[in-house]
Design a protein around this ligand. Structure first.
Ligand SMILES: NC(=O)c1ccc[n+]([C@@H]2O[C@H](COP(=O)([O-])OP(=O)(O)OC[C@H]3O[C@@H](n4cnc5c(N)ncnc54)[C@H](O)[C@@H]3O)[C@@H](O)[C@H]2O)c1
Length: 367
């Protein structure tokens, strides 16, 4: 199993569920259907050794069911390792709702989805992901307590993006310490790709530290807004991968480190918020290592969001959220050092530690 990009034509050639490309010993996969609301959803529970499987719900207009299934399998697996490496007592899960969030999402559909979540008795806990907003989680909360990411006015921890941005910043500083011998980002050239909720927060931290920031986004409006607010440069070329820079921060989509981009990359560090930045974890992790580019594993440095929602379950406040998020600096540095000592890719070094934690707990649970 790898995170390799695969076409839906190839997916259809495999066994429908357990033989599917991204299937990786998932514990449970739940298919949810409701004729009246038009709900078609899949809940993927990858692993619950460390605790209940927590992960957001994504609503997306998938081209077909294979793509939806592949996505939920891949995303739920990612959550297992994200929580494990961050030291949270959570397992990995995720849900997808098939449909257009702009036109097909209704409160009735969200409530029906919530009832399916409730039927799992807390084994899966949901939150927001692409296509979902805090208000949707508030609607789900009307039918089940197994939901996080609800509004602050309803006792939730609120928008996770600023916390995610802070964690990415911490991870980036640790990568700079490892690569350059100093974590001070003043005058470092940083390209931030995608200046959405997290990207903008990252730009703010970088500008406060005096970094030399260039931004890129598909939305011209966003670019101008962020430029005017922080005084950053808008990228005017047409291939950011070939540009001279110290740090490349992917904060838009996954798989931007792929066969087409990896040999062009001039950055000395890759550190950003996007999930699944390496199109193929093993292969591209190795090429980055060979090229001397330090990759701060995405699932490690973008964990601020999950730390934020975990606070809702554990009832801890803002101070503890910030302390845990700041600790991403130490964990990143430890993993980068470990990768050097053991001659591993940084991705594999992080995965090994996450897997060791799960295995140790599994043994304890058997006692
Ligand atoms: N929000 C969180 O707390 C959180 C937590 C963990 C991981 N992430 C991941 O971080 C990334 C950013 O999250 P977000 O909440 O800021 O999302 P967002 O939707 O607010 O922002 C994404 C931005 O990327 C831009 N974009 C899209 N395609 C692009 C392209 N090809 N080139 C350049 N820009 C492009 C969009 O216009 C948008 O401004 C996502 O991959 C998300 O999965 C977010």
């Amino acid at each position: 199993m790898t995170s390799e990009i695969i076409t839906s034509k190839d997916l259809k050639k495999m066994d429908p569920v357990f033989g599917q490309h991204s299937f990786d010993n998932h514990e449970q996969i739940v298919f949810c259907n409701d004729k009246d609301t038009g709900l078609k959803a899949i809940i993927g529970i990858h692993n619950t050794v460390l605790g209940p499987a927590l992960g957001g719900t994504r609503m997306w207009n998938y081209a077909n069911e294979w793509e939806a299934l592949n996505d939920v399998l891949r995303l739920s697996r990612g959550m297992t390792f994200k929580s494990a490496i961050t030291g949270l007592n959570l397992g990995g899960g995720k849900a997808v709702i098939i449909g257009d969030a702009k036109t097909q999402k209704t409160p009735e559909l969200m409530k029906r989805f919530g009832e399916f979540v409730h039927s799992l008795s807390g084994k899966y806990i949901t939150a927001e992901d692409v296509g979902m907003a805090t208000e949707d989680m508030d609607t789900v909360r009307e039918v089940t307590p197994y939901v996080t990411g609800i509004s602050q006015s309803k006792g939730g921890a609120g928008n996770p993006s600023p916390i995610t941005a802070y964690g990415v910043f911490m991870g980036m500083k640790a990568a700079a310490k490892f690569q350059f011998g100093s974590d001070i980002l003043e005058d470092r050239t940083v390209f931030v790709q995608g200046i959405g909720n997290v990207g903008e927060g990252l730009v703010e931290h970088l500008m406060n530290e005096g970094a030399n920031v260039t931004i890129t986004d598909i939305s011209q409006e966003r670019l101008e807004e962020v430029r005017d607010k922080y005084g950053v440069k808008i990228y005017s070329g047409n291939d950011i991968y070939s540009e001279e820079m110290d740090i490349y921060a992917p904060c838009a989509l996954g798989a931007t480190i792929n066969d087409d981009t990896i040999y062009k990359l001039k950055a000395k560090i890759v550190a950003g918020a996007a999930n699944n930045q390496l199109a193929e974890e093993v292969k591209h992790g190795l090429i980055l290592k060979e090229r001397g580019i330090v990759y701060a594993p995405d699932f490690l440095i973008n964990a601020g969001g999950i730390i934020n929602v975990y606070a809702e379950l554990e009832n801890y406040g803002r101070q503890e959220i910030m302390r845990k998020t700041e600790n991403i600096y130490n964990t990143t540095l430890e993993i980068l050092d470990n990768s050097k000592v053991n001659n591993l890719t940084t991705h594999n070094a992080a995965m090994n530690i996450a897997k060791e934690r799960i295995e140790a707990r599994k043994k304890e649970n058997l006692k």
